[in-house]
Design a protein around this ligand. Structure first.
Ligand SMILES: Cc1cc2nc3c(=O)[nH]c(=O)nc-3n(C[C@H](O)[C@H](O)[C@H](O)COP(=O)(O)OP(=O)(O)OC[C@H]3O[C@@H](n4cnc5c(N)ncnc54)[C@H](O)[C@@H]3O)c2cc1C
Length: 282
């Protein structure tokens, strides 16, 4: 039964540290806090999306269903028809902007559930120009970019896959680029390529090898944030993730503590509980 928002019960909780969102930003923060022994609550508006060989966790690219959109029957992908279904706390939200729309993931792991995972390291000059010249790029290059590469198990497509019949279009592209005198390289991806091999032998239904991954990779084998930093954070025993918790506003009290005004949602978006979540650190 629906509970009108105004009548939903208000409860108060106190925590040492609260992190809002469980994407790259939130999960890395939670992992640091957890390792440092800080009891931490992660508030995530979306659901968990567990994967595994031949799972049907995520909707399919050419037949998206109610799981595709965050509380909206409107399609997130340009040109796709509306999805005739009741609102659901689905995977992707299209945030309309002025001349630009932004696709945002919703779920434990954030947009890493949906992203393609092309992981390119900028050189020092690009980094200074587009991010900041005040951040020590050499330290990032020496320490942090390699750490990210290890955590994401970055790997480029192996030769045997690239030479498989299924990847003929990629080879055509490389040939064409060479004819045009363009340099090409293989993009590092957070993928266990064995999953693609197992798809090609028929052991797994296709996901990587037919490009059916815009709403997530059903088979798994993708090192998204939920199975890397966030799993590490939870394994410390100090980090707890609450799903279906949408933060509406934050404020800082006179005592220096933070308050996150949060709705606990049902999967149709109904507010079932309103929480004042008080934290020393946010
Ligand atoms: C389709 C797609 C393809 C992409 N491909 C690539 C790629 O190939 N390479 C690349 O480098 N990047 C890619 N990106 C971008 C990359 O995924 C993002 O830059 C990155 O995930 C952002 O991390 P984040 O932590 O800032 O936000 P997110 O990962 O989006 O995490 C934010 C989290 O906060 C939660 N949240 C938001 N608001 C609230 C609230 N009010 N209360 C509680 N929780 C909330 C969301 O549900 C989400 O889980 C892609 C993105 C998309 C959508």
């Amino acid at each position: 039964a629906r509970t009108p928002r105004a009548r939903a019960e208000v409860t108060e909780e106190r925590h040492r540290a609260v992190v809002i969102g469980s994407g790259f930003g939130g999960a890395v923060t939670a992992a640091h806090l957890g390792r440092a022994g800080v009891q931490t609550l992660v508030l995530e508006r979306g659901l968990r999306w567990p994967t595994g060989p031949n799972a049907q966790t995520f909707p399919h690219m050419f037949a998206p269903d109610h799981r595709a959109s965050w509380l909206s029957p409107l399609p997130v992908m340009t040109g796709a028809p509306p999805i005739p279904s009741a609102p659901y706390t689905g995977l992707m939200e299209r945030v309309k902007g002025n001349g630009i729309d932004i696709l945002c993931g919703a779920g434990v792991g954030g947009s890493s559930l949906l992203y393609h995972g092309m992981t390119l390291q900028p050189d020092g000059e690009q980094f200074a120009r587009s991010v900041s010249a005040r951040i020590d790029y050499d330290l990032l290059d020496r320490e942090y970019f390699p750490r990210v590469a290890r955590t994401l198990h970055l790997a480029t497509i192996p030769d045997d896959l690239l030479h498989h019949e299924r990847y003929r279009s990629s080879r055509r592209f490389l040939e064409r680029a060479a004819v045009e005198g363009l340099d090409t390289f293989r993009v590092p991806m957070p993928i266990d390529w064995d999953f693609a091999r197992r798809e090609l032998t028929g052991e797994l239904s296709p996901s990587y090898t037919n490009g059916d991954l815009i709403y997530g990779v059903n088979n798994g084998g993708k090192y998204s944030v939920d199975v890397t930093w966030l799993a590490d954070a939870e394994a410390t025993g100090n980090v707890h993730v609450e799903t279906l918790h949408r933060v509406n506003d934050i404020e800082r009290g006179a005592d220096g503590r933070w308050v996150a005004h949060t709705d606990r949602l049902a999967t149709d978006g109904t507010v079932v509980e309103r929480k004042r979540i008080v934290a020393d650190a946010l």
